[in-house]
Design a protein. Structure first.
Length: 364
């Protein structure tokens, strides 16, 4: 496999850019880059981002080279963003947010893709006032940005979400746009000196319906392992090919939970709240959210015996044992009658693979 090293030339060019950009042509005075304004105040909006790192960060929409900064997040805190204020944003669609450290943003004249420590996919609907999207910045990134792995998304049509440890429920540590090659993922070495396990999930969002579809190799066939190496060293890139009918299917079922009660709902498995496609472990009253339920047991699907709904008043409603088939869609309607919670679950049908589709990303 081809090996690459990080070139010192990039650093030299970066210094040249800083030198050119830090001079005011009118007054011939240096620009104080460290005084760049960053808004760290949370605002009422649909995008909620948790910064689990020990570094203050800045958040961009689309490619960082376009300079679309929407604000900052202090270390180990969270905040909301109002993405409706972004000039030219469509009423619904998909976009990538990119994150860099605030210190680097203040020090450099221009942030590039190599400075990005996290990228996340946002699927939004500005027409829905209750639409909420949550992203979480991985706490284990290398703050010094001296160690990394390289990852390539060779798919022409799909976004690649890179998960740690588990193909369906693992934490998403990075998101790659189609045909992204040798993307740096800054990671610190594990305390136990073992390698990381990485799993790809390919994402398509239907531009007409805004429906999100996740695809991957069923089971653990597409696991890649790697150990972070110093930048400038001899690093083997991780490559993930795009979906095709021969090698990609579903290892999850798509469960749509419609909450027709006056209470919020946590959808739990064995006591653990599950995360929906919006990144939240909660479905508000009057809302419908899609949950991806692992069903890795071949065509037979997977039997669940410990699924429950938990409501605001701590009441729990146990779901009878149910088998979810991979790639199938299910509708679950939760209702309340005379203080008693009820549910109805029905199989809708199998989800079709969307091999010829192409994701559309705003500001890419």
């Amino acid at each position: 496999m081809k090996k690459i090293g990080c070139l010192a030339l990039a650093a030299v060019l970066g210094l040249m850019v800083v030198g050119c950009a830090s001079t005011n042509s009118k007054e011939n005075k240096p620009i104080e880059l460290k005084n760049k304004d960053i808004n760290f105040n949370s605002e009422k909006g649909s995008l909620f981002v948790s910064n689990n790192t020990a570094e203050d960060v800045v958040v961009f929409v689309g490619k960082v080279e376009k300079g679309n900064l929407i604000g900052g997040i202090h270390a180990n805190t969270s905040r909301s963003f109002d993405i409706s204020k972004i000039p030219g944003i469509p009423s619904s669609g998909s976009l990538l947010v990119r994150v860099a450290t605030a210190n680097l943003y203040k020090e450099k004249a221009r942030i590039t893709e190599e400075d990005v420590i996290y990228t996340g996919l946002v699927v939004y609907d500005l027409n829905d006032s209750g639409d909420k999207i949550s992203l979480s910045i991985y706490r284990g990134f290398d703050a010094s940005q001296k160690e990394c792995i390289y990852v390539s998304n060779e798919s022409e049509n799909f976004v690649l979400e890179l998960r740690l440890g588990n193909p369906s429920q693992g934490e998403v540590i990075a998101t790659l746009a189609p045909l992204t090659t040798n993307k740096r993922i800054y990671l610190s070495a594990r305390d136990d000196s073992l390698s990381y396990d990485f799993y790809p999930t390919f994402i398509y969002v239907n531009p007409k319906t805004n429906e999100k579809t996740s695809m991957n190799n069923p089971g653990k066939a597409d696991r890649k392992r790697a150990y972070p190496e110093p930048i400038g060293g001899d690093i083997t890139p991780i490559r993930f090919e795009g979906p095709s009918a021969s090698n990609v299917g579903y290892d999850v079922a798509f469960v749509s939970v419609q909450n027709d009660t006056n209470s919020g709902i946590e959808f739990r498995n064995a006591g653990t709240p599950l995360k929906n496609q919006k990144g939240r472990r909660f479905t508000a009253s009057g809302r419908t959210d899609v949950y991806e339920i692992s069903s890795q047991n071949g065509e037979a699907g997977k039997l669940y015996t410990s699924l429950t709904f938990e409501f605001d008043n701590f009441t729990k409603k146990k779901i009878s044992p149910f088998t979810f088939l991979p790639g199938y869609k299910y509708d679950v309607i939760v209702t309340e009658l005379d203080g008693n919670y009820q549910y109805d679950i029905r199989e809708v049908g199998k989800k079709s693979l969307v091999e010829d589709a192409r994701i559309q990303l705003f500001m890419e």
